[in-house]
Design a protein around this ligand. Structure first.
Ligand SMILES: [Zn+2]
Length: 448
């Protein structure tokens, strides 16, 4: 494989150490071969000039749903998709993710087993996309998950599989592992329509322990959706490796997380998009404040966990109508800075080095040190001055994955609505990246 020399940029290496101007980065055979000033290049080395630009690791999005295809609701997802069409849509979406500077994703649950197959198709080179780690269908108790009664009492519905009793649970985990998952996903909270409130914990701790013990015995990690405090506490105590959301955590739950050493991926982006743009897709006005309150209350508590050394990962929940593919992956960094008080550097570490945990590639991925996998971005500007720059596609001038430059300029065909789609995503979802940045923001960014 040819070598690439990225010359003279300011290096943010992903370890959290200070940015270093005037560094060269030499990539060879898919790995970082050397880092330092004025590196020599042989005749067949491709040169990428980066003077005045930032060189950093590719982003790792630890919470995506690439097989969902941007539905406006569960009806579309559960009742109007076929396996073949969903597979093709997923492959199409994977390209968009990579072009947004996201070189790795954890896609923790999926329709059918498409996430796992997409991961393999990308690895074998027949589909272009980010490096993936994938889960199968999310495990639920009979109480269901966020889709309430739309989840059948048993068996599979869309991205979910209901596990009734210990044997079914153990067998489903073993089946998913047999068919190649990297992670087991569980929905520890769900919406119970008759309770008319926020999500409640729908698993008991013994069941959670069964899941973790069964998966861990087979060298597979567990990720859990926890939209309240007691679910976060029990998930941590049971041995869940990565917790999504951790909404409204109290001090007791935070203590459990710190003690267990679980990692957190709050995924504020989906809520942030709903709060800011939900009105445009018909979200009830009174809900907009609820979403914002959830972010504010949760972030304040999670800042304590961050201070206590809990690893934070950046996740976007990309794949819904309100989080279209390729548009919002880096917004989580902005939210970490705005709501949790992280520095831009800490937010970048969350989306690079820390993300390697989700990829089960710690020490191999997520930093630009010698010997690491050569996933690199070149950014036109300094994201340490304004981390929102990483959401601006115009600023991402180079995406390199496995030491290979990705074509980010040839346009991808636009997805049009097909006649049988029960979605209104094109008409109902006018969200684009340009909406995230106001005219004033863009004006300011252009002077950074
Ligand atoms: Zn999710």
């Amino acid at each position: 494989m040819a070598s690439i020399l990225i010359r003279g940029g300011t290096l943010i290496d992903g370890t959290g150490s200070a940015a270093r101007p005037g560094e060269d980065v030499l990539l060879r055979d898919g790995k970082v071969a050397a880092v330092g000033p004025s590196l020599a290049a042989d005749a067949d080395t491709e040169i990428v000039e980066a003077a005045g630009r930032t060189v950093m690791p590719g982003l790792i999005d630890a919470h995506t749903h690439l097989t969902f295809g941007e539905p406006t609701g569960n009806d579309e997802l559960f009742n109007h998709r076929t396996e073949a069409y969903s597979s093709m849509l997923s492959a199409y979406n994977a390209r968009k993710v990579l072009r947004a500077g996201v070189t790795s994703v954890l896609d923790a649950d999926c329709l059918w087993n498409i996430g796992v197959e997409l991961r393999d198709a990308i690895e074998s080179g027949i589909v272009e996309g980010p490096r993936m780690r994938a889960g199968g269908q999310a495990l639920m108790t009979m109480l269901g998950g966020t889709a309430g009664r739309m989840i059948a009492d048993e068996g599979r519905t869309g991205y979910a599989t209901v596990v009734t009793g210990r044997d079914v649970m153990v067998n489903e985990i073993r089946r998913q592992i047999k068919y190649g998952v990297d992670w087991i996903k569980i929905m520890v909270t769900g919406l119970i329509p008759s309770m008319k409130g926020p999500e409640v914990k729908v698993w008991n701790i013994d069941e959670l322990r069964t899941v973790c013990d069964t998966a861990h015995e087979l060298n597979t990690k567990v990720v859990a959706h926890c939209r309240n405090s007691d679910s976060t506490r029990d998930a941590a105590r049971a041995g869940v490796d990565l917790i999504y959301h951790a909404s409204y955590v109290d001090d007791e739950a935070l203590e459990a997380v710190v003690e267990a050493g679980s990692a957190l991926c709050p995924t504020f982006t989906l809520l942030g998009n709903l709060a800011d743009y939900g009105a445009k897709i018909g979200t009830a006005p009174e809900l907009l404040d609820v979403f914002r309150a959830e972010i504010e209350v949760t972030a304040k508590q999670l800042a304590k966990a961050h201070a206590a050394g809990v690893p934070f990962l950046a996740g976007s929940e990309t794949g819904f109508a309100v989080t279209p593919v390729g548009e919002w992956h880096a917004r989580e960094l902005e939210m970490f800075v705005e709501y949790m008080g992280m520095t831009p550097m800490e937010a970048i570490v969350a989306a690079t080095r820390n993300g390697a945990f989700a990829m089960r590639a710690e020490g191999e991925l997520g930093t630009l040190e010698v010997g690491r996998i050569a996933d690199v971005l070149v950014i036109d500007g300094d994201p340490l001055r304004d981390v929102r720059m990483l959401q601006d596609r115009e600023r991402i001038v180079e995406v390199i994955k496995d030491g290979r430059r990705i074509d980010i300029t040839t346009p991808i065909p636009e997805r049009k609505q097909r006649a049988s789609d029960q979605v209104r995503f094109l008409a109902a979802c006018p969200l684009t990246r340009s909406l995230a940045l106001t005219e004033a923001d863009l004006e300011r960014l252009s002077h950074v």
